[in-house]
Design a protein around this ligand. Structure first.
Ligand code: PGA
Length: 234
């Protein structure tokens, strides 16, 4: 199997202390894949120190679209770059749902991330209603069009995460996911990595990783379980 990209999205599941402890457990692991940890902001610095030099990479879960300034509660892309982040997740459906983000703001964040020399991991995905009405591709095509407007697509990673599959235990069928990834690649370009996310676990990860157009995984819940995630990355 060729080398894939596997991102552990720890969301707001772990305390800073627990995130650093968990990162420490992956220190001696050898993975054939590129493994990237995405802890919450408060844990980034500690996790960076823990994984330094062992091949694991660091990712933030969000940034603000302005460089610096009077933006109470926001976090600057340049700042997280400085503490050792190489990647940032943008447009996750949980941010679109709870923080009311949209693809216009995601587009601004992507541009800022690229300016800060971070690699944006841009999330797209349809909800259940859109899926059932047969409009999934139309929805994703729109998300990509607005989100990636005037962006150099060669510099981003896309994560296809059907909203109905996130955290539900009800993952997309790997063959259907492969079909969607093929569509996405036709739109953004063949060489752009497209990851799958949504209820990936220790039982189903291989069925996704063996698909030709699935370049890796964005793993939420299962990535906080040491044994299960170890199985996925090794
Ligand atoms: P899940 O989350 O693996 O818990 O479904 C994936 C994600 O939201 O990135």
């Amino acid at each position: 199997m060729r080398r894939k990209i596997i991102i552990a999205n720890w969301k707001m599941y772990l305390s800073t202390r627990d995130a650093i402890l968990l990162a420490g457990k992956y220190n001696h692991l050898k993975s054939p894949h590129k493994v990237i940890l995405a802890p919450s902001f408060t844990a980034l610095s500690g996790v960076e120190k823990t994984i330094r030099g062992n091949g694991l990479k660091l990712c933030a879960q969000n940034i603000f679209w302005e460089e610096y300034g009077a933006y109470t509660g926001e976090v600057a892309g340049l700042d997280i770059k400085q503490i050792g982040c190489e990647y940032v997740i943008l447009g996750h459906s949980e941010r679109r749902k709870y923080a009311k983000e949209n693809y216009e703001t995601v587009n601004k964040k992507i541009k800022l991330a690229l300016k800060a020399k971070l690699i944006p991991v841009v999330c797209v995905g349809e909800n259940l209603r859109e899926r059932r009405s047969g409009h999934a591709w139309k929805v994703i095509e729109r998300q990509l069009r607005i989100g990636l407007k005037a962006v150099d697509k060669k510099k981003v990673i896309i994560a296809y995460e059907p909203i109905w599959a996130i955290g539900t235990g009800n993952a997309e069928d790997p063959i259907d996911a492969e079909r969607m990834h093929t569509h996405i690649k036709k739109h953004v370009g063949k060489g752009i990595p497209v990851l799958y996310g949504g209820s990936v676990n220790g039982k189903n990860f291989e069925a996704f990783l063996t698909q030709k157009n699935i370049d890796g995984l964005l793993v939420g819940g299962a990535s906080t379980k040491c044994k299960e995630f170890t199985e996925i990355i090794s």
